[in-house]
Design a protein around this ligand. Sequence first.
Ligand code: ADE
Length: 246
Amino acid sequence: MITFDVITIFPEFVKAFSQESLLKKAQEKKLLKINVHNLRDWATDPHKKVDDKPFGGGLGMVFKIEPLYEAVQDIRKSFRSQASGSRPKVSKTKVILFTPRGKKFTQQKAEELVKNKRLIFICGRYEGIDERVAKHIADEELSIGDYVLMGGEIPAMAVIETIARLIPGVVGKPTFLKERRLGVKSGQKQGFLEYPQYTRPEIFSPRLAGGRAKKGVVWRVPKVLLSGDHKKIEEWKREQGRVICK
Ligand code: ADE
């Protein structure tokens, strides 16, 4: 089982996400676990402040190192106590810091990260995080794309979802992942094939604002999908789809 520990100043946001749908079921089935931690629990001042002004000047506030250091230490310690007396096995733990400056997160990265037992995610906010966190506490810095969000919570959730889908039993039937995964055997690139999908009705008629059908306009399901010819359907899926590379 893989355990995610998310450190954030918006724990309710991440908790709500972790308690919905497939992730909730996956946790009930003990396929994964998501612990959400409020960074302010490690703040030492009475106002629970976790940020401060940047040295050298500049706009905005910067996350302080101490609460993050203590949080990561305590979470690591909790792994050890769970290992109940035996030698702590923390080698398969990774600490990841989300920042737009990080390395781009990809499907390949997800395949790599799913091999860990524990993943500790640090969600930044405000203008930044004391650089010593990236240098000395995090093993890796990840970005989910070349745009700047308000914080690392959405990136953490995106990464959790991507990794969770790779755990057998989390999505759909056990064969679901296999069906879309392209193997080396077939001489294809490795990865997932994402192709267009349709369901009933076979023909859809869009309407004008008044409710009347748009004359002569119908949106049809591609004929090949209704043909029952599995070979042709497979060909079509490969033609129309895109391989999300490993
Ligand atoms: N924090 C703010 N923007 C981000 C991004 N694009 N990826 C990861 N963390 C972020």
